[in-house]
Design a protein around this ligand. Structure first.
Ligand code: HEM
Length: 199
């Protein structure tokens, strides 16, 4: 791994760890505190994932050159940060003494982890061996699956809040992430349309 990529990845992981530790100290390491830590670290993971998904598109459409060409860096940073999410899940399962999600959701999110670490792993040379066409398809499927997994958690609580969640705080905690999740594929499509057609 390039030194710069390693620094980004390590920093993303360290920030996720700091967020989780602060949440557990402030809100407690019980069920409720751990769920808060999961919610906060998931948002940090999502921002990194979002830059991996849409960073190039934003650079093409709006011009910030520093976002261009860093999809792999952001993707690996996301994969590293999300290790903290996994650690919190293991901790939550340990303190609850049971599965943390019902089976359907469990497998839905496990598939998200599968894609996350498959793409991260393949980016170390395997992608080259697969060839550009196959790699592009695998990346397309994986990145969009992960986007849908995030989208499920950010969109549904805005569209279908529980009665206790109808308040500004809940809305502010979800709506910006919902907007980002919906905007990401639209930005990518818009950037594709902007690209000059190949001769
Ligand atoms: C790539 C895979 C995954 C993604 C994208 C993801 C995404 C998220 C997001 C966005 C949240 C915050 C939800 C909120 O604020 O309401 C969250 C929380 C959570 N996640 Fe994950 N997650 C993944 C994998 C998993 C897996 C595999 C499990 C369990 C086996 C899991 C269990 C949880 C739990 C228990 C919470 C706390 C929910 C609560 O507020 O009660 N996640 N995840």
């Amino acid at each position: 791994m390039e030194q710069k990529t390693a620094i980004w990845t390590g920093t993303a992981f360290a920030i996720a760890l700091a967020i989780a530790a602060s949440a557990l100290v402030l809100y407690g390491s019980d069920n409720a505190g751990t769920r808060t830590a999961l919610e906060l670290t998931a948002r940090w993971s999502f921002l990194l994932f979002w830059l991996a998904y849409a960073g190039n598109a934003v650079a093409i459409l709006f011009g910030p050159r520093y976002l261009a060409g860093h999809a792999r860096d952001f993707g690996l940073a996301f994969a590293a940060a999300h290790l903290v999410h996994i650690g919190l899940i293991v901790w939550l399962a340990h303190i609850l003494g049971r599965a943390v999600l019902p089976p359907g959701l469990f497998w839905f999110f496990m598939a998200g982890l599968f894609w996350t670490y498959l793409l991260a792993g393949l980016s170390f040379g395997g992608a080259k061996a697969l060839g550009p066409v196959l790699w592009r398809w695998i990346r397309l499927m994986g990145m969009n699956y992960i986007l849908v997994a995030f989208g499920r958690d950010f969109v549904l609580p805005v569209l279908y809040p529980k009665p206790a969640q109808v308040n500004l705080g809940h809305f502010a905690f979800y709506a910006p992430f919902m907007v980002l999740a919906i905007a990401a594929p639209l930005l990518v499509l818009a950037a594709h349309a902007r690209r000059p057609a190949a001769p």
